[in-house]
Design a protein around this ligand. Sequence first.
Ligand SMILES: Cc1ncc(COP(=O)(O)O)c(C=O)c1O
Length: 409
Amino acid sequence: MTRAYPIDLVRQQFPALRRTHNGRPVAYFDGPGGSQVVSTCIDAMADYMRKGGANLHGQFASSVETEAHIHDARCAMADLLNVNPGEIAFGANATTLLFQLARAIGRDWKPGDEIVVTELDHRGNVDPWVTLAKDKGVTVRWIKVNLATFTLELDDLNTIINEKTRLVAVGLASNAVGTVNDVAKVAARARQVGALVAVDAVQAVPHFSVDVRALGADILSCSSYKFFGPHIGIVAIRSAVFEPLEVYKLVPAPAEAPDKLETGTLNHEGLAGIKPAVEFIAALGEGNTRRERIVSGYEQMEIHENRLAEKIRVAFANLRRIRLYQAPSAVQKTPTVALTVEGMAPSEVCQRIIESSSIFVADGNFYAWTLAEKLGINPTGAWVRAGLSPYNNEEEVDRFIEAMTQLAK
Ligand SMILES: Cc1ncc(COP(=O)(O)O)c(C=O)c1O
């Protein structure tokens, strides 16, 4: 069901929107780099520290409360990703968790084995696996990106993923160009040959509902600082994979999933903020269970974000000096728009837009390094990337279009 998107109510919940630059409210267009934080999450983190934090396993109230926060965070993430709470592990960020996981998963990889990564992905779901493959003498195969459509070349999937494949790492949504990949298709082929599937959902979770089971992912990573919460990485690991996994850990530390992957002391104040971040999405929706409200909340967000992103894409398609890097309209995309302006470095475009219009927009390759390399744009500073979040409004989008139109005249 379509309801009016409560943009004003949403904006009230993000204190960072009160920031000004050059006397004007800042428009945050760097959601893909990191979203702003919802006030309930900020309050929960501050409350945790104000009330007295603690480490785990104490007999005193603040320790018991800390464990309750972590339990709540696990349950919230389980609902967000449609897994069991015991399949959720927390860490410093997605990259660090994947390096840790790769080391454990690849313990028994040997020469002759193969892994598969993609040219479209952020290197965060490439290098943890490729580095280990190098150590173990394992062959790395790449799923190519089509530079005309910014989609993955999946035609020869049956050759690339074969009986020797141990793991396939694939992104759900591109952080640079926004393409949403057909992960279910890749995962189905991986399953045929008994390979594990590691899905990078860092740029998907901020925008649309993700169902780990429906995707067929064994491992799925995301980061709550991209979806209105704290700087914490999250990984969901299918219990049949997680339970037998021999991780690198301290001897006295817990040996069971999920705790065994959570080396050292976690970011407890951050964990207190995970549930509020998830609840922000759920509160936009309707339903009897939190999972139902999450799915419905995402639907509301998607309608709002996609309409605004389309407005930007249509406006820029008419500007001769702007080149858009995006998949054809039939391909699902996140509201992330990568572009270059003829004759101007991306850093200069951003500086001008920031100063003229108080729009915080970022430049660079954003670690979508292989794609930028193949396009030959790393030496020129790669892209300007405008990414929308649920708190962006029409006025901000119009301001951005106007500023870019002036600049690219
Ligand atoms: C698609 C994608 N994967 C992985 C990462 C890395 O995430 P983290 O900063 O949590 O390590 C990012 C960060 O921008 C990303 O956009």
